[in-house]
Every structure is written in structure tokens, then in C-alpha cells.
Design a protein around this ligand. Structure first.
Ligand code: SF4
Length: 342
């Protein structure tokens, strides 16, 4: 018997959006919409690799749902499709539909596989998409070829770079790039390189995640081969493996918080750009050193006023005898006033 034959026919499913009690909340929430299920790729850490094939919901019903959501005030609609652009014709049809029918102020977010995106599709978006209508989330995970081979992740870094660069040059679509620390054979130095490779593309957002050994995934089955130690309860996050010690995992975690505050929030772009290019060997080294300092100082993880962020960064730079402090101070002043204007 075909194991897939008892699957739901997604085209027959009713809309999940027509509940009156949801209407007052549509404008305040991120609305998640699923227009396809499954992924053709086989990344061994991912639950979507288990499902065979990609199935689609009915396109016209999807469009009706999106119209309904926009008419009722939805502002942020996130497609949870694992690889929205796996079918170029489908993605193009939806992009065109959203460009034609969007309401001002609506944002659509997609998970995109960047290396399979054709330049002509990006050119179309650069030429026709209104500024800020679309936002792309791109999983890079690692730039280490051996690591990607071990997890059966086919990724063409040159093509991925071409896509991200072209989208960035178009200045229409913000990009959020994801990394996973703790993949097989990605030791601390390799992760540092992955981070720097991706940071060089200057994505609007860069997010670090830590590998989770999810039940049912190939990597969990083979976890002993790579010496994984991981939480014995959800989310089964890795704590160490053969090439990455617990203390190195803890060090990488220190990067996360300062990266969020000092890059992803974009409140001092000129200052950070200068620091990472002139004062540290690599961007990773800046975020790592600052993250360690931040933790040693006992500063909390909660958000801070812009003034606090400047004071803390300045204190850190001063303590380590950073050169060009006067230039950095000028850039901070520039960033401060640029942020006040927004
Ligand atoms: S990580 Fe992304 S590309 Fe890989 S199997 Fe999962 S959804 Fe597909």
C-alpha cells in the first residue's frame, strides 16, 4: 500500500479563518497561513524532512482567505510553508496576486530557499514589489560544506549569496537569515566562520539558534555517532557534541543577546559598521567579546533605552583600550540623532 495514500487532501480542507471571535484580533496578531505542506529536501535535523513530497492547498481558496484577512484588518501575514519558492510558477503567481491586491500597511513574510531563487524572480520583485510588502526568512544554518553534507543539506553558497545580495540591492525586502550552532563537525572556529560569512551579507536580521535533536529526525537517530549530549525533554536542545564543548556552546550563547540589541534592532548601524570593520578582526569577534563582557558585568537580558546601550558599548570599548574612540563617539552621536528623527 502507498503509505501516503491515506493523507488528507489539503484542497478539500475548510478555511481556518472564518471564526467571528477572531475578527477583533486580526489586526493585532501575526496571522499564520499555510498554503503548502512538506518539503522536498532532506535536512536531517528537520521534522519537515520526514514528510514525503509537497502538497498544496487550493490556490483560489488561499487567495480568498488572504482577501478576507486583509479586509478584516490583518497587517502581518506569515506563510508557514517550509519552502515557499519550491515551485517557481506557484511563488510567482502568489507574489503577483499579493502585489496586485495588497492593502497599504500589510506585510507578508515567507520562508525562502535562497539558492534556488532565480535572478529573474528577484528582478521582478525588485521592479514591482512595493517597499516593505514582503519579508524573507532564509535558513542558512551553516556554510561548512562537510557539515552540510553530513546533514544531507544541499546548499549552494554562491547562489545563496547572489540571491541575498540582489534582494538587498533592490532595497524593497528585508531579510532575516538564520544560523544553527551545534551541527555535526561544526566546531567553534567553523561556526565563527559561518557567522562571518553570513554577516558579510549584512542581512537586516541575523538570528542564532541552537540545534535541537527532535524526535523522528535522522540526526537524533545518529546522535551517538557525533557524541551529542542534549536535553532529555523538549526542546531537546544540544548541550555539547564531539567537536563543540559545553563551555563553547555557552560562549556562543553570549553572542545572541548583543547581536539582537546591537545589530538586529538597527539603532546604531554606523557605529557597529565601523567597529566590526575597523576595530576587531571579524564581526564575530566583536559580538563574542562584547557578549562575554556583558555577561561578566551582570547586565540583564531585558531591553534597554538607547542611552543605556550607548553607555554600555562605550564602557566596553574603553575598558579594552579600543583605538579611534573619538571617531566612535562621533558615530554614536550621529546614530543617536538619526534614531531620534525616526
Ligand atoms: S530545513 Fe528547510 S529545506 Fe531543510 S528539510 Fe527542513 S524545511 Fe526543508
Amino acid at each position: 500500500m502507498n503509505p501516503q495514500s491515506n493523507k488528507l487532501d489539503l484542497r478539500e480542507l475548510p478555511s481556518p479563518f472564518r471564526f467571528k471571535e477572531d475578527l477583533p484580533h486580526l489586526s493585532k496578531r501575526v496571522i499564520y497561513i499555510e498554503t503548502s505542506r512538506g518539503c522536498p529536501f532532506r535536512c536531517q535535523f528537520c521534522l519537515s524532512s520526514i514528510e514525503v513530497g509537497v502538497r498544496y492547498f487550493d490556490r483560489e481558496k488561499v487567495k480568498e482567505d488572504i482577501r478576507y484577512l486583509m479586509e478584516n484588518g490583518a497587517k502581518t501575514i506569515k506563510f508557514v510553508d517550509r519552502t515557499f519558492n519550491i515551485s517557481r510558477s506557484y511563488a510567482m503567481e502568489m507574489f503577483q496576486f499579493l502585489i496586485d491586491e495588497h492593502k497599504p500597511g500589510t506585510v507578508f513574510q515567507f520562508e525562502i530557499t535562497a539558492d534556488i531563487m532565480r535572478p529573474e524572480v528577484i528582478q521582478f520583485l525588485n521592479d514591482h514589489a512595493p517597499n516593505g510588502l514582503f519579508r524573507f526568512e532564509i535558513g542558512v544554518q551553516s556554510t561548512n560544506d562537510e557539515t552540510n553534507d553530513l546533514v544531507m543539506r544541499k546548499q549552494n553558497w554562491d547562489k545563496l549569496t547572489r540571491t541575498v545580495t540582489m534582494v538587498k540591492q533592490g532595497k524593497k525586502i528585508d531579510q532575516h537569515l538564520d544560523l544553527i550552532a551545534g551541527l555535526p563537525e561544526e566546531d567553534y572556529n567553523s561556526f565563527r566562520k559561518t557567522f562571518n560569512d553570513v554577516f558579510a551579507l549584512r542581512p537586516e536580521e541575523l538570528q542564532l539558534g541552537f540545534l535541537k535533536l527532535l524526535r523522528g529526525t535522522g540526526l537524533r537517530v545518529r546522535s551517538e555517532d557525533f557524541g551529542y549530549v542534549y536535553m532529555d525533554h523538549a526542546p531537546y536542545e544540544m548541550l555539547s557534541n564531539r567537536v563543540l564543548s559545553f563551555s563553547e556552546v555557552a560562549r556562543i550563547k553570549q553572542v545572541e543577546d548583543v547581536l539582537e540589541k546591537y545589530w538586529n534592532d538597527h539603532r546604531m548601524d554606523e557605529t557597529i559598521e565601523y567597529i566590526v570593520t575597523h576595530e576587531f578582526n571579524t564581526p564575530f569577534d566583536f559580538f563574542q567579546e562584547f557578549g562575554m563582557y556583558w555577561e561578566a558585568a551582570g547586565w540583564s537580558r531585558i531591553g534597554h533605552q538607547l542611552e543605556d546601550l550607548f553607555i554600555r558599548l562605550y564602557e566596553f570599548l574603553e575598558t579594552r583600550n579600543t583605538g579611534s574612540l573619538s571617531i566612535i563617539k562621533d558615530l554614536m552621536t550621529y546614530d543617536y540623532f538619526a534614531n531620534q528623527k525616526q
